[in-house]
Design a binder for this molecule. Structure first.
Ligand SMILES: NC(=O)CC[C@H](N)C(=O)O
Length: 444
């Protein structure tokens, strides 16, 4: 993973600001020691300052246009660039740093139904013991732009180092606020996800921005790792992760349960080395699943030859379904939110899940040997499939959440315990869960 660009000010710069009598804004939020130094250097409490970044007196206008013709005028609070993408909405109440860095949102203009967005700012760069970013799902913002009703430039949270607007600006992502998101979501709900354009500045000239349909591209190839990368290499079982745009918290869910994980490029033919892995995981990812032809072919080959467990999430469910012989279709407006009920058709339990997808498996007729696993309790769409006898299964929702409820995280336990018991049977030895080894990601 490339380094996260950070705008956090350094301690030396902060001290130099302090010596000029300027209380560093960012540092006083995150780094108590810098705040303490300001007291030492000035020998007296610093003068009171405005607790939040000044708001420009003359806001820059921003305009959102849907391909169906509707135009919404508001205010820009992000990057000064125009963009185009598929307008989709999420009903999540919190979790914008996680959603916006989820590679699955690539190519999309994200409309928040939650009316107030930005009030807890954006966290700094914190990594866990595995070298994974703690508060972001990847190292950058992936959505094309964001649309919010009411933007909070005043933020407060112990992890925050900058505002949502500053973060968007730094990553070149435009953002619009002050528009009627209820009206926009009604349109997207009724007519379906729609291409859109975001124009930043006076006198919008939309002819300057062509509509861009992300679903015509292979977005997975834009976000997948270029080379294999390993995490927690001393884990007792080895999982190959087919990276269609994997979220950090999926990798964390695997390594914190003791697995050694190797993240593989989306089009890498893992069948050539599959005996090196005790199980295969197929990740989430952006865009149209029918564009990831190589991944589907590789998984199809694995279904015919590989006898070890395979588990997939979201794009992983679509890819596994396509490989098993099902078709996919585009949902009218998709399921994006943190409160989506999914019903396990095998045990009748309903769980509340985190979701972010626009496509679904057509599961009316299941291929031989396969059965439905979960269905959506709102719209009846497919939420998972499993093989009747072989250890292959997948879910459409996100058990790893981030953000969202963790009710289905047990699916990682089930997957890895199946991988472990199979390994014991295969190798005839008692495997063990070692203490988790602390390791930084390594290119292998
Ligand atoms: N989160 C995901 O993996 C999304 C899968 C796929 N891109 C969809 O929109 O349906």
């Amino acid at each position: 993973m490339t380094n996260f660009l950070t705008k956090s000010i350094s301690v030396s710069r902060a001290v130099s600001l302090v010596s000029h009598g300027i209380k560093p804004f960012v540092a006083t939020r995150g780094l108590a020691t810098v705040k303490d130094q300001s007291f030492t250097l000035n020998k007296k409490p610093p003068p009171p300052i405005a607790p939040y970044a000044p708001v420009s007196l003359k806001p820059t206008p921003a305009t959102l246009k849907l391909k169906s013709g509707e135009v919404y005028s508001g205010t820009s609070f992000g990057a000064n660039v125009h963009t185009s993408g598929e307008a989709v909405f999420t009903t999540s109440l919190v979790g914008y740093p996680e959603s916006m860095t989820d590679p699955s949102y690539r190519g999309q203009v994200l409309v928040f139904t939650q009316p107030l967005v930005g009030n807890y700012g954006v966290p700094g760069i914190f990594k866990d013991e595995y070298g994974l970013l703690k508060f972001f799902e990847s190292d950058r913002i992936h959505c094309e732009g964001i649309v919010v009703g009411d933007y909070a430039s005043r933020y407060s949270h112990w992890t925050a180092v900058e505002s949502l607007g500053e973060w968007c600006t730094r990553f070149g992502v435009p953002a619009i606020s002050g528009v009627d998101t209820r009206a926009i979501v009604h349109i997207l709900r009724d007519q379906g996800s729609t291409l859109s354009k975001l124009y930043i500045g006076e006198d919008p000239d939309f002819s300057k921005i062509p509509y861009s349909d992300p679903n015509e591209r292979n977005l997975v190839s834009e976000v997948s790792t270029a080379v294999p990368v390993s995490y927690n290499p001393f884990g007792d079982i080895k999982i190959g992760v087919v990276d269609c745009g994997v979220k950090n918290n999926i990798l964390r869910a695997l390594v914190k349960r003791g697995a050694a994980v190797t993240v593989l490029p989306w089009n890498f033919n893992f069948n050539k080395v599959s005996d090196q892995f005790d199980g295969i995981f197929i990740s989430n990812g952006p865009g149209n699943p029918t564009k990831v032809v190589e991944t589907v072919q590789n998984v199809r080959h694995a279904l015919a030859t590989y006898k070890r467990p395979i588990f997939g999430i979201c794009m992983g469910n679509l890819v596994l379904g396509l490989a098993a012989g099902l078709d996919v279709y585009k949902l009218r407006f998709g399921n994006r939110g943190h409160n989506v009920p999914a019903l396990n058709v095998l045990d009748g339990k309903c769980q509340i899940t985190s979701q972010n997808h626009g496509y679904a498996l057509q599961d009316n007729v299941m291929p031989n040997g396969w059965t439905k696993y979960y269905v959506n309790a709102n719209d009846g769409s497919n939420e998972g499939i499993r093989h009747k006898t072989l250890p292959f299964k997948s879910v459409q929702f996100h058990p790893e959440a981030k953000g969202g409820p963790q009710d289905t995280e047990f699916l990682f336990d089930e997957f890895l315990s199946k991988v472990r018991t199979d390994k014991i049977q295969r190798e005839g030895i008692k495997t063990f869960v070692p203490e988790t080894f602390i390791s930084q990601p390594q290119v292998v």
